[in-house]
Write a protein that binds this ligand. Structure first.
Ligand SMILES: [Zn+2]
Length: 75
């Protein structure tokens, strides 16, 4: 009798966790999409004013520039 109860609890727990595990995975994919948007943030070049992707930025004196040429021009 105890084994049957444990089996039922086990099955319920299994179904419960498989249902719960599916929901956070959806939330994670949504969070990853949001983090992707932050990762591809558009910033303005301090020299020529062109908007470009933060991933392609040249960092010089704590300022972002669109290219090495612009980073040199600021001097
Ligand atoms: Zn520039």
């Amino acid at each position: 009798m105890i084994l049957k109860i444990l089996l039922v609890i086990g099955v319920i727990a299994l179904v419960y966790f498989t249902l719960i595990k599916k929901k956070p995975s959806i939330d994670k994919s949504q969070k990853e999409k949001k983090s992707d948007k932050i990762g591809s943030e558009m910033i303005e070049c301090s020299v020529c004013g062109i908007y470009f992707d933060l991933d392609d930025a040249f960092l010089s004196d704590a300022k972002y520039y669109c290219s090495k040429e612009c980073a040199k021009k600021k001097n």
